[in-house]
Design a protein around this ligand. Structure first.
Ligand code: ZN
Length: 177
């Protein structure tokens, strides 16, 4: 950030008066431009014993498989965001069942919140950001081709829980590579 979006003057990055860390701070008008982690919301769409995965048509992770997920929009609830991302990426409608996993990704300033969801109507197809959308049984999950560590962690947790016959909310962290 080079210029203040409030007054247009050049920005500094230093500790504002009374604060305890360095921020984008405008010395002309005194506005502090806070930067905070972004929330990514998504879901595990289930139907009977299969789940829906999307193969990414965009970087990062082009050509690899992921669960439908993306940045929450302003004014949107987390469940609505997860449903919207599923509709955009997999052209699929889901019923949100329960919040399932929260991952802190502190080095990337992201938090992932993943829901369990039920696929409605078994209709799906590749959305704009997907090359392909497909149902997978546990035995067919392309483990070597999962786009993100957080998605791999979510899937591992999910299948562990499914084998144990109970799902409980999980909170974890993805360490810096
Ligand atoms: Zn300013």
């Amino acid at each position: 950030m080079n210029f203040c979006s409030n007054c247009g003057q050049p920005m500094t990055h230093r500790t504002p008066p009374g604060d305890d860390r360095s921020r984008f701070y405008c010395e002309s008008c005194g506005v502090v431009h806070y930067q905070n982690p972004k929330l990514v919301v998504g879901c595990i769409p289930e139907t009977e014993d299969q789940i829906l995965l999307c193969r990414r048509a965009i970087e990062p992770g082009y050509g690899k498989w992921t669960l439908p997920a993306g940045y929450l929009e302003n004014g949107e609830s987390v469940a609505a965001g997860a449903k919207r991302e599923t509709l955009e990426e997999a052209r699929a409608r889901v019923e949100i069942l329960a919040p399932y996993a929260l991952y802190n990704i502190c080095h990337a300033d992201q938090i992932y919140l993943m829901f369990r969801a039920r696929l409605k109507g078994n209709s799906f197809q590749a959305g704009r950001e997907s090359l392909e959308v497909k149902l997978f049984s546990e035995n067919d999950i392309p483990w070597g081709e999962i786009a993100f560590r957080v998605i791999e962690a979510t899937l591992l947790q999910y299948f562990d829980d499914r084998r144990a016959g109970r799902y409980s909310f999980f909170m974890g962290s993805i360490p810096k590579p």
